[in-house]
Design a protein around this ligand. Structure first.
Ligand SMILES: Nc1nc2c(ncn2[C@@H]2O[C@H](COP(=O)(O)OP(=O)(O)OP(=O)(O)O)[C@@H](O)[C@H]2O)c(=O)[nH]1
Length: 371
């Protein structure tokens, strides 16, 4: 029973949250709903209290404010209105400021109205962030100062002692400063976490040795280009490349020498491809090229060009001149096969190139293009 009530209440506070929205947006919505809920509940109780005390103007104002807070919660039921989080946050904040100003102006019940103004700084910073929050609070402080210190209290319906007014302003500014500092530290931590998460995401998508995208990173590009192919029907080709007898490079120049060859070959590939092409380290000494807007025929021409240039290229490593060759398998991706099948077909072509004697390109249409 209690658990059911709790679930219903949480569901009520989750009005407007959807799976399509980001976690952060849903969290903001939840807190905004919670704030609206607290806002309309408390103002409603205060309104009743004011009505019982006979302060009808205050009671009407509080009922009105309560209604607006309630609207801010319910507005998320109407997504057609647009960005309901932004609408709700703005209205809640303006409503709160006006209500606080009215409480100071009227004195509220037994002149205790000004005690509520300390709600303003946390709400301002939560809803608007540091900069906009400070601006909102500055506007509030200016209006408040004018109201409180205007000669002969013309702008007040009640009277406060000068001591009270000075202490109210001073304590309000202190609370603002503390919340501002808290918000600043929170934002700094958030930015740091976001930078770190971006950095780790990049690391997870890239190969540490060559700095090329790794399998995981390449999958993102592959899916993106495959989806584009399905929409635009523009040609898309894959080229899979493997270094020949790489084990011998490792045996002769040790693992560091092998690593150096992988690094310089990666740089070499980057120089040879167009800006829209992607090359990834697909395995140990295997590279996968993704060539958008490229037909099978053009991909074979490019593969042959690269293969030839690698053959002619000399890698200088610790006074050694290292020469390597590569084998290539080429395939064009078509809408009737999925990306995995397309890679497999390119892999089979590579296997055929190896079997035929290496240092050559084999196209998926099984034609051999060079020796
Ligand atoms: N230095 C270095 N070597 C690697 C790395 N990843 C894989 N290798 C080596 O690459 C070699 C691949 O050897 P094989 O699969 O026998 O292939 P291969 O010698 O290139 O012969 P073929 O591919 O048949 O032409 C192995 O010795 C692996 O240890 C790496 O990151 N650095």
């Amino acid at each position: 029973m209690f658990a059911n009530g709790k679930r219903t209440f949480i569901n009520y506070l989750q009005i407007g949250t959807t799976d399509e929205k980001s976690l952060e947006a849903n969290q903001q919505l939840f807190v905004s709903n919670l704030f609206s809920f607290i806002g309309y509940t408390i103002t409603f109780i205060l309104a009743l209290n004011a009505a019982i005390s006979g302060t009808s103007m205050l009671s009407i104002s509080l009922f009105f404010a309560s209604g607006i807070f309630f609207f801010c919660h319910q507005v998320h039921r109407f997504p057609k209105l647009g960005n309901t989080i932004s609408i709700s946050k703005s209205i809640v904040f303006i409503n709160l400021l006006l209500l606080m100003l009215y409480l100071v102006y009227s004195g509220g019940v037994s002149n205790t109205g000004p005690l509520w103004i300390y709600i303003v700084p946390p709400v301002a910073f939560f809803f608007s962030g540091l900069r906009k929050g400070i601006t909102g609070i500055a506007v509030f402080v200016i209006i408040l100062t004018v109201m409180l210190f205007y000669p002969h209290e013309t702008l007040l319906q009640t009277t406060y002692t000068l001591e009270f007014k000075l202490r109210l302003m001073l304590s309000f500014l202190t609370v603002t400063l503390l919340f501002g500092f808290y918000e600043y530290s929170r934002q700094q931590s958030y930015n740091r976490i976001e930078d770190l998460s971006h950095k780790y995401e990049q690391q997870a998508m890239h190969d540490a040795l060559t700095n090329l995208p790794n399998r995981r990173g390449m999958r993102v590009y592959l899916n993106h280009e495959y989806n584009r192919l399905m929409r635009s029907k523009e040609p898309l080709s894959l080229l899979i490349c493997d270094i020949d007898y790489f084990k011998q490079v490792n045996d002769k120049y040790f693992h560091d020498g092998g690593d150096f060859v992988l690094q310089s070959l990666s740089k070499f590939f980057i120089e040879k491809i167009r800006q829209q092409d992607i090359v990834a380290r697909w395995g140990g000494e295997e590279f996968l090229f993704l060539l958008p807007n490229t037909s099978l025929k053009d991909a074979v021409v490019l593969a042959e060009k690269i293969r030839q240039q690698v053959e002619d290229h000399i890698i200088h490593y610790k006074h050694n001149d290292i020469k390597i060759t590569i084998s290539m398998g080429v395939n064009e991706v078509t809408p009737n096969v999925n990306i995995e099948q397309a890679i497999n077909i390119a892999d089979h072509s590579l296997y055929a190139a190896k079997k035929e004697g290496r240092n050559q390109t084999v196209s998926a249409d099984t034609m051999k293009y060079s020796t």
